[in-house]
Ligand binder design. Structure first.
Ligand SMILES: C[S@@+](CC[C@H](N)C(=O)[O-])C[C@H]1O[C@@H](n2cnc3c(N)ncnc32)[C@H](O)[C@@H]1O
Length: 250
């Protein structure tokens, strides 16, 4: 399984499992082992490099030159330079840098929260996909953040978050936007995508005291197993830190 460090695994394991399985399913459906994958806002390659290590061709489009530089170094270290292409751009300029209908799978992780217009961004991402192509969408969950603020004793902020249009707790909130599961589903549908699965990511990990996870032998591994078991259960989606949607272009 990737990745192996406990804290990093807690952040990415659920999504990695869904994405890696979806890619191998799609490759089998198409009868081609190598897929064209676009990682938009892929940053330093947290997912792009492991996806390239599966043998797929990955294009990372990100506005940050520093992130793209780090990505290239990371790809070289992993021996997948040939499979990773770094392109400076963003979701708005996507149609200028990626040919329409040329991609088998799109990753969009932690990006919809920061773009100016999420509907336009998702429309541009869907436009890069071949018919039946997949999109992996990971975004901050508004209701999970309400619970987290309340448990931290910030009750006024929790209420502001609950009632605000953009899912923020105030002007000092570093997150530009959060979504409910319904909002993400509606955005996906409006972009011509059919939602295939929804997972809650970090249902417990951000709520339990770090010291419990770091000092108790075997606790990190047990928490990871619990996260994986709870991720698919709809009852836990509302309290997760992030929501992950897997969708396909109809
Ligand atoms: C929170 S990071 C997520 C990085 C990576 N996807 C991951 O999951 O580790 C957000 C990334 O989105 C990029 N970004 C910011 N605005 C963007 C835009 N309009 N279009 C595409 N990427 C953008 C940032 O440069 C950054 O690399």
């Amino acid at each position: 399984m990737y990745p192996t460090r406990p804290q990093s695994a807690l952040r990415t394991a659920v999504v990695w499992e869904v994405v890696s399985e979806a890619l191998s399913r799609r490759a089998a459906e198409l009868g081609q082992p190598v897929l064209d994958v676009l990682d938009t806002g892929g940053g330093t390659g947290n997912f792009a490099v492991p996806v390239a290590r599966l043998g797929h061709r990955v294009t990372v489009v990100d506005p940050s030159p520093d992130a793209l530089f780090a990505l290239e170094r990371r790809a070289a270290e992993a021996g997948v330079t040939e499979l990773v292409r770094a392109v400076q751009g963003d979701t708005q300029t996507l149609p200028e840098v990626i040919t329409a209908g040329s991609v088998d799978a799109v990753l969009c992780h932690g990006v919809l929260e920061v773009v100016d217009d999420p509907a336009e961004a998702l429309g541009n991402l869907a436009g890069t996909l071949r018919k039946g192509g997949l999109i992996s969408l990971l975004a901050a969950n508004r209701t999970g953040a309400v619970l987290a603020r309340a448990l931290a004793g910030h009750f006024t902020e929790a209420q502001a978050l609950l009632e605000s249009a953009d899912g923020r707790w105030g002007t000092a909130d570093p997150m530009p936007r959060r979504f409910t599961g319904e909002e993400l589903g509606a955005l996906a549908e409006a972009a011509g995508l059919r939602v295939e699965s929804v997972h809650g990511v970090r249902v417990f990990a951000d709520l339990v005291p770090g010291v419990l996870v770091d000092t108790e032998p075997g606790a990190a591994e047990a928490l990871l197993r619990l996260e994986q078991a709870a991720a698919e259960q709809p009852a836990f989606h509302a309290v997760a830190t992030q929501l992950h949607l897997l969708a396909a272009l109809v």
